[in-house]
Design a protein around this ligand. Sequence first.
Ligand code: PLP
Length: 382
Amino acid sequence: MLALGDGDLAAMAGGCLTISLDALRANYRLIAARVAPARAAAVVKADGYGLGALRVAPALAAEGCRAFFVAHLSEAIAVKPSLPPDASLFVLNGLTPGSEPACIAVGATPVLNSYDQALRWQQAAAAAGTPLAAVVQVDSGMSRLGMSLAEAGALAGDAEFRAAVPVVLLMSHLACADTPDNPANEAQRNRFAAAAALFPGVPLSLANSGGSFLPAGFHLALVRPGVSLYGGAPNNAAPNPMRPVVALDARVIQIRTIPPGAGVGYGLTFTADRETRIATIAAGYADGLPRALGNRGAAYYNGVRLPIAGRVSMDSITLDVTALPPDTLQPGALVELIGPHQSLDQLAADAGTISYEILTSLGHRYHRIYRDSEPSAASGAA
Ligand SMILES: *Cc1c(COP(=O)(O)O)cnc(C)c1O
């Protein structure tokens, strides 16, 4: 078998994804300090927003995080071994019928989003012969997940349900937290307060990243940031206060000079209007660089903007590098896609999307480097 060292792997890869667990930790500390005395959980669904839940979760645990949210039970099963034994693990999407025993086995706590889910969890508790904790989610206005106030009220007043299912958290989710001035935020907070009155003494959670940067009245017992931990802006009202966690550099495969009139890429949607130097880099839409970046986005080299020329292909992108002095860029060099000159949020904006979609699409073809100056006991080898 061929034995390849880390350097070989780095040189072969089409690009390099550098993930700073130090910045991730700093972002957690910033939010935790901002919302105190509320506590900060961490949302690590979708493999820690694409950055590797098994690396991200232990780093956050080392900062004192003890509540983790995933979307699916399968994610809970994957993440659980990386968490400290005293951490709570919540399944946001709740449980599909029949998955209750698996949830009990992994020791995760479901978010009960419907009356039906609540009854099934109550039955699971009866079958197990032991009370089973749960989170109850009410819909405070987003109409996505969660039960109505009437359903929550029925459960709240059901002594058998309450005995079988200790409600450890009552939660809801904000639809417009990234726009702090939106009156929908206050409306949702008021509806959530009405639900909270049905469950006196139960801890409350309403805020995601955006909500963590709303006034303290939104923080309640527990905030649930996701994207801001990973460096995404919590809202679009102020400069991003988070430290960048991700840097992305892609490798130049070849450079050639094309004459005026030559077309570039599928559909020949770019035409050189002068002698143009085109560099092809080894990352494309299969690596999470949206096709919408074609003829719109850019990469950077030595701080010089290199516009994307033509369409984004599956495995490559063509850049107009004419702005660089000849011979500056050589095959094998790395150009910046996310870094000091182009933020995650800027790349997302150029693609007409949001940081969340960029992060969760990055894929597994890049060479990944995790930077962590204080490795936590649980984080294991790279
Ligand atoms: C994904 C999610 C979060 C985290 O949201 P961010 O905007 O990434 O901070 C919090 N709560 C719920 C219910 C979610 O689905």
